[in-house]
Design a protein around this ligand. Structure first.
Ligand code: N01
Length: 542
């Protein structure tokens, strides 16, 4: 086995070389890579199994909105050939089975500490190591600390008084009971109509006696056209996997899809409709956005596709008033993450389903018996919160990360995340954030962005070890340049025009700013590679 992380001469060694926080898709792959490098590595995971997002989000209808054969690890050609996805869009249980299989197949379990949450980590400048504390009372010193804690980890409740007074069960979609929820013949109230709401509402409607959906902002949803994958189709895709995986890595968004060449405003209205119809029938989340080059940069161009989707909603939802309520009008198409629809809009044609517009009549309180808006009381037996997450930064600022001079990451990021490449932060040596804020992450196929970050971090640690370095830290100047660059690139798009978890606007009091890098995963990868080629420019080494 090769030598472990570099040691400081005449100084004590830390308990371990690397601690990884989280055993989701990122943490598992990071563990695998660091073990290959010969590093003593421990992974702490709050859940009692691996899976991360796919462990926690067990609500009815939870499934991926990127095709299974695309949204999976690419690092192992053997794994690609062995694993057989059953549907075009995999369900949560199937993705969880896959991640469990990865943990077993690559012998990762001995290095996992499950059911254990990291609560605090303090950088010890003298020893150049992190001291990590957990909620089980463990304290571990480690040279490197890698946050693989996910982008959508910390669930967010609705800001409405009285939640605790509700007499029946309250289920957040991201904390769904493992044994399932009793919804049969109940009066169910759902708050929230983002991706989680759009997926669970049709399935809840099938079981509930009555369903009331409380909507604050409507979404744009495209048909998923999910279906089982046939044997010959899987075989054909597997034959192409090596080239396909390579193309994914070089692509703008981590999926191999045709890119547009023409402006929407140059096309005639009839051409546009023809194109949008073709995109609509693809059943791919990004298909409409990839119809023309300017849909995410030009309001007028965007309005052509937004109105196309509204037309589809009007054609599906029979009651015109309900159709109008479900039609987004306050933000451009694509600037909040669109959703894939399997029976969402048609659910509102059912007589036992009612849509309540919280913009017109805001929620006032939750009572023991249900919900009360400014106008009406809605009795309910079960309350479902599909209200999303303190995304992108919540998992990182939610633990006490204390860097140089006692500065906390929470304090440093109070006015928005300051990070170099979304991978590292000045004042926090030897700390890496997998798919951290201001990296492409959630705007791309996460599987591809996770692998890119994990491989970059692993190469960096190898470089440090081989060079005898014990400390790496982003410089303040590099961090400032990156934050400025990320904001400039985002401001060239329509993304900042929407209030959403992309901008921090969904959490009251959270700093606003676009939280992902909009410049493209291909451009970003090249930038990260150049930093490494230049001997880690923008970092100081000790
Ligand atoms: O969360 P969201 P999500 N009162 O923040 C509403 C990924 N994901 O869990 O828009 C009333 O999108 C809120 O209203 P508004 C995916 O990246 C992927 O659905 O803030 N309503 C909104 O309607 C996704 O984008 C998959 O006005 C309140 C909803 O709750 C991300 O996770 C599946 C409220 C929250 O929507 C998050 O999706 C699921 C309040 N106080 C998730 N607070 C797939 O792969 C919030 N809302 C398919």
């Amino acid at each position: 086995m090769p030598a472990a992380a570099a040691r400081i001469p005449d100084a004590p060694a830390p308990h371990t070389d690397a601690v990884v926080v989280g055993a989701g898709m990122s943490g598992l792959y990071q563990l695998l890579r660091l073990r290959e490098l010969g590093l003593r590595t421990r992974v702490f995971e709050a859940g009692d199994d691996v899976g991360g997002t796919w462990y926690w989000n067990r609500y009815p209808g939870a499934r991926c909105d990127i095709e299974s054969m695309t949204y999976s690890y690419s690092f192992s050609p053997a794994l690609d050939q062995e694993w057989v996805w059953s549907e075009r869009y995999a369900t949560q249980p199937e993705i969880l089975r896959y991640l469990r299989h990865v943990a077993d197949r690559f012998g990762l379990r001995p290095h996992l500490t499950l059911g254990t949450r990291v609560t605090r980590a303090v950088y010890d400048e003298r020893h150049r190591w992190w001291e990590v504390s957990t909620d089980t009372g463990e304290r571990v010193t480690t040279r490197f600390l890698i946050m693989a804690s996910g982008c959508s980890t910390v669930p967010k409740d609705p800001e409405v008084p009285g939640l605790d007074s509700f007499a029946g069960p309250v289920h957040h979609t991201a904390r769904w009971p493992r044994t399932g929820a009793d919804l049969d013949d109940r009066r169910v109230a759902v708050i929230g109509t983002g991706s989680s709401g759009v997926q669970c509402i049709p399935l809840i409607a099938r079981r509930a006696a009555a369903l009331t959906v409380f909507q604050r902002t409507p979404v744009y949803a495209l048909p998923a056209l999910n279906r089982p994958l046939s044997g010959p189709e899987v075989t054909a895709r597997k034959a192409e996997y090596p080239a396909f995986r390579d193309a994914q890595r070089r692509s703008k968004g981590g999926s191999v899809l045709p890119m547009p060449t023409r402006s929407a405003l140059e096309a005639s209205a009839a051409e546009r409709v023809e194109r949008y119809e073709a995109a609509w029938s693809e059943g791919v989340l990004s298909a409409l956005l990839r119809s023309y080059t300017d849909l995410l940069v030009d309001r007028a161009a965007n309005e052509t596709v937004a109105e196309f989707v509204r037309g589809k909603i009007r054609a599906t939802v029979t009651d015109p008033a309900t159709a109008e309520l479900l039609s987004p009008r306050t933000y451009p198409f694509g600037t909040k993450r669109p959703c894939l629809d399997t029976g969402y809009y048609t659910t509102f044609n059912q007589p036992h389903v009612r849509l309540v517009d919280l913009r017109r009549t805001p929620l006032v309180e939750v009572t023991a018996k249900g919900l009360r808006t400014e106008e009406e009381e809605f009795p309910a037996d079960v309350l479902v919160l599909a209200t999303g997450f303190d995304a992108m930064t919540g998992a990182l600022t939610g633990i006490d990360l204390v860097g140089r001079d006692g500065v906390t990451l929470r304090g440093k990021w109070a006015r928005g995340p300051l990070t170099y490449l979304g991978l590292a932060a000045a004042g926090f040596p030897n700390l890496f954030t997998v798919t951290g804020p201001l990296s492409p992450s959630v705007l791309t196929n996460m599987a591809v962005s996770i692998e890119q970050h994990v491989e970059w971090i692993t190469d960096c640690i190898r470089f440090l070890r081989d060079g005898g370095w014990t400390e790496i830290e982003a410089t303040g100047a590099a961090e400032r340049d990156w934050v400025r660059h990320a904001a400039e690139v985002a401001d060239r798009t329509l993304y900042p025009a929407a209030e959403s978890w992309y901008t921090g606007a969904n959490v009251p009091g959270k700093a606003r700013g676009f939280l992902a890098y909009t410049g493209g995963a291909d451009v970003y990868r090249e930038r990260c590679d150049a930093v490494a080629r230049d001997g880690y420019s923008g970092f100081t080494l000790a």
